[in-house]
Design a protein around this ligand. Structure first.
Ligand code: GAP
Length: 466
């Protein structure tokens, strides 16, 4: 996607500003002074979000014989979150600045002075570490070093759905903290209603909610976000072999999406959850450094065993050929839509020196671009030109996301499309009236070619590979 190996990752401020200015991402509830850690996607943003989900679904479901889709509810029985361990243990260490009352994530603060606190540490362990180093870390809001003790803060978001007592803490239900629990509890339904056999996967895209303590990195960490998760059910003996296959497939996915692989790397979790066999994250070089994009984890039989134990339902699998009965082990691929969106924006962003200044161009692969084709009449004051351009637009929009623009000089119109990553611009000009040809201008090379109106749609389809 990037034009050359020397391209640099843009600053977060550059991306945030472009996203707001051009209608990709807006801060939530802005006219009411904002609402922390939630973002809204604008008219180009929703197109990119849907391209991200479409591509993931295509690779993870459409092109696979062994993976089927699911869309489970955001609300589920609260017993699910007890079984999964989220009610007891889904927490981050929180402290408060005594000077300005800002809430901070203790593990993130410790990292700023080079101490990696393990996410599996108990409240006592993290507190001991924090106490030793409290004077060295600074509050990101006021710069002082005066904190309360750390306490573990549960990230599950509670709701009063179906609770008419007025007390939210009485029998709370939760907005799901991850989508995969809906997959585990439907595993028997999927087996009974489809033709899948172990090894097989279930994929789901949907919203998840977490009471994140700090969320200062734009759409990287939000309290409401979408996940794309695939859980693959395997024979226990095959877990590691299938895990390595999934790891390779997920790496190839980003490479095939045009990511510069030098902006990606594997991070291996050293301290694993007691049930986990192996856990790697794919990290991307975000503007604030390498950070988790996706998790690819081998989870053993933990999830199905826990749900079998808590529900009392037998979740074993019977192999019809060997007659072996066992609890399948699970390997997981889990990635956020927002993080993929941010990584794609960073990968695509380029500033180029051209005659007369600098152009900003988003070099999205055509399949990810929010608008595929823009159509311009060269001038507004020749009705024949405007009419042909309008007809071209009406016809092309049936095939592609298309935009019509007759506002301002042609150079400015090209720049506007470059900045949102439109791969091709079609211009109807004076010559069109004589010979029924138009120009197609390529976003990356800025070169133009003339194509006859009869050939236009086919030509664009080939170029866009649609
Ligand atoms: N089922 C496993 C699971 O949920 P996770 O590492 O907590 O694991 C998986 O989340 C992925 O979901 C992350 O790699 C990230 O892409 C995305 N994600 C997690 N928390 C997020 C947040 N607060 N905001 C945006 N994306 C998030």
């Amino acid at each position: 996607m990037r034009q050359n190996e020397n391209s640099v990752i843009p600053s977060l401020a550059t991306i945030v500003s472009l996203c707001k200015r051009r209608g990709f991402v807006f801060p939530s509830s802005e006219i009411y002074d904002g609402f922390a850690a939630v973002y809204d996607y604008g008219h180009y943003g929703v197109e990119l979000v849907s391209a991200v989900k479409r591509e993931w679904w295509k690779v993870m479901v459409q092109l696979r014989d062994d993976i089927v889709g699911l869309d489970s509810g955001i609300f589920m029985s609260p017993r699910i979150w007890e079984a999964s361990g989220h009610v007891a243990g889904f927490s981050d260490p929180l402290a408060e600045c005594k000077e300005c009352n800002a809430r901070v994530r203790v593990d993130h603060l410790l990292i700023t002075i080079g101490i990696a606190a393990d996410e599996k540490m108990s409240e006592g362990e993290i507190n001991a570490l924090f106490r030793e180093n409290k004077d060295k870390v600074k509050c990101p809001t006021c710069g002082k070093s005066n904190f309360t003790e750390a306490r573990q803060f549960n990230l599950l978001v509670k709701s009063n759905l179906g609770n008419f007592t007025g007390d939210i803490n009485k029998d709370p239900v939760y907005l799901r903290g991850e989508t995969c629990q809906g997959i585990y509890v439907n595993y028997k339904n999927v087996l009974a209603s489809s033709r899948v056999k172990v090894p097989f996967g279930i994929a789901q895209i949907g919203k998840a909610f977490r009471n994140e303590i700090t969320a200062r990195q734009f759409i990287f960490r939000t309290r409401e976000f979408e996940q794309m998760e695939m859980q693959y059910f395997v024979h226990p003996d095959q877990e590691m072999a299938e895990y390595e296959k999934l790891r390779q497939a997920r790496w190839d996915y980003y490479r095939d999406l045009g990511f510069n692989v030098s902006n990606l790397r594997w991070y291996e979790h050293e301290k694993l959850a007691f049930y986990a066999k192996r856990a790697y994250d794919i990290e991307y070089r975000f503007p604030f450094g390498f950070n988790e994009l996706e998790g690819v984890h081998a989870r053993g039989d933990y999830d199905l065993s826990q749900h079998a134990k808590h529900s009392g339902v037998d979740l074993t699998y019977l192999d019809q050929q060997t007659h072996e009965r066992y609890i399948p082990h699970i390997i997981e691929s889990s990635v956020g839509v927002g993080r993929t969106f941010l990584a794609l924006m960073c990968e695509a962003y380029c500033e180029e020196k051209i005659e007369g200044g600098t152009r900003v161009v988003l070099r999205f692969p055509p399949k990810m671009a929010p608008v595929k084709v823009a159509v311009f009449p060269l001038v507004r004051n020749r009705p024949e030109i405007v009419e042909i351009a309008s007809n071209v637009h009406k016809s092309l929009r049936r095939q592609f996301m298309c935009e019509f623009d007759d506002n301002g000089n042609i150079g400015k119109r090209y720049r506007r499309q470059d900045e949102i990553g439109t791969p091709y611009c079609v211009t109807v000009d004076y010559t069109t009236i004589d010979d029924r040809t138009v120009t197609i201008r390529d976003r990356d090379s800025m070169r133009q070619e003339r194509v006859s109106l009869d050939q236009l749609e086919a030509c664009l389809k080939t170029k866009l590979a649609i």
